[in-house]
Design a protein around this ligand. Structure first.
Ligand code: G1P
Length: 297
């Protein structure tokens, strides 16, 4: 039996151009979703699934990420002196969360290229990949289910979400075959960001993967694809059609709550959705939102 998966890889080297000028001097992963940087939700999700060893793939301009997951000694001392234990706890939440490592991507040559930078750290074990633009509601289970399926099938696993066909061009799209499990499908093909007319289905790959280490060998020879970038989707397509050497690819269909923080409109929606459910904000925000919405034309 294989040993349990402990490593999570979080690509965070993107330039965040969709959020300029906010991201001119600050990584997009640090944008607050309510009162927590987007990246902290993602690290918390990895840890909740038992992945305590986190490798972030970063780039230039990303120092704030390292600082966020480190001690802030002056701030801690100040809050200690004031006896503000509530805020002190908030400051300390992110320091002790996980064992976080960093490697830089250098050239931004695509998601597949970013994942390849994890090869030395990950070694010959299966590992998870979590993309920071997707936040999965902590009340819904996804990653744990994917880890379970990886263990059972010894394959690579992607997370799938049914989207409106008009949206599929923003995602990797999957061709699938049913399995005996209602929420698991075998992937027979993957296409990165197809036009709606060419999409094999409206099942979109969302930013959670549990990958076998063979993905590194495949990525090493994966040619640039869509957008002239080395695409993880293309490497997974190859693995899907070569199950004898790579273990094949399965999809876990997610039916829970997912928030997209990758573009401005979805980011605003994510904040509102998460804030209305918060104990400290929801009771005031909900009636305000109702009144606000009733005045919209
Ligand atoms: C990436 C992947 C894509 C996937 C998406 C999920 O695209 O390349 O296959 O569907 O993440 O969020 P990106 O959104 O980084 O352009």
């Amino acid at each position: 039996m294989s040993s349990p998966i402990t490593k999570a890889v979080i690509p965070a080297a993107g330039l965040g151009t969709r959020f300029l000028p906010a991201t001119k001097a600050m990584p997009k992963e640090m944008l607050p979703v309510v009162d927590k940087p987007a990246i902290q939700y993602v690290v918390e999700e990895a840890v909740a699934a038992g992945l305590h060893d986190v490798l972030m793939i970063t780039g230039r301009n990303k120092n704030a990420l390292e600082n966020h997951f480190d001690r802030a000694v002056e701030l801690e001392a100040l809050l200690e002196r004031k006896g503000d234990h509530n805020r002190l706890a908030k400051v300390n939440e992110s320091n002790a969360l996980a064992d976080i490592h960093y490697v830089r991507q250098g050239d931004p040559r695509g998601l597949g290229h970013a994942i390849l930078r994890a090869k030395m750290h990950v070694g010959a074990e299966p590992f998870a990949v979590l993309l920071g633009d997707d936040i999965i509601d902590a009340r819904d289970v996804l990653l744990a289910r994917m880890l379970e399926e990886q263990h059972k099938r010894q394959a690579s696993i992607v997370a799938l979400l049914e989207v409106d066909p008009s949206q599929i061009h923003m995602y990797g799209a999957a061709a699938i075959e049913a399995t005996d499990d209602d929420d698991v499908v075998r992937i027979t093909g993957l296409v990165e960001k197809p036009d709606a007319a060419d999409a094999p289905s409206n099942l979109a790959v969302i930013g959670r993967y549990v990958l076998r280490p063979e993905v590194f060998d495949v990525l090493e020879h994966t040619a640039p694809g869509k957008g002239n970038e080395i695409q993880l989707t293309d490497a997974l397509q190859e693995m899907a059609i070569t199950p004898e050497t790579s273990g094949g690819v399965y999809g876990v269909i997610f039916r829970g709550r997912r928030y997209d923080t990758g573009d401005r409109l979805d980011y605003i929606k994510a904040i509102v959705q998460l804030a209305v459910d918060r104990e400290d904000l929801g009771s005031e925000l909900r009636p305000w939102l109702r009144a606000f919405a009733s005045n919209l034309d």
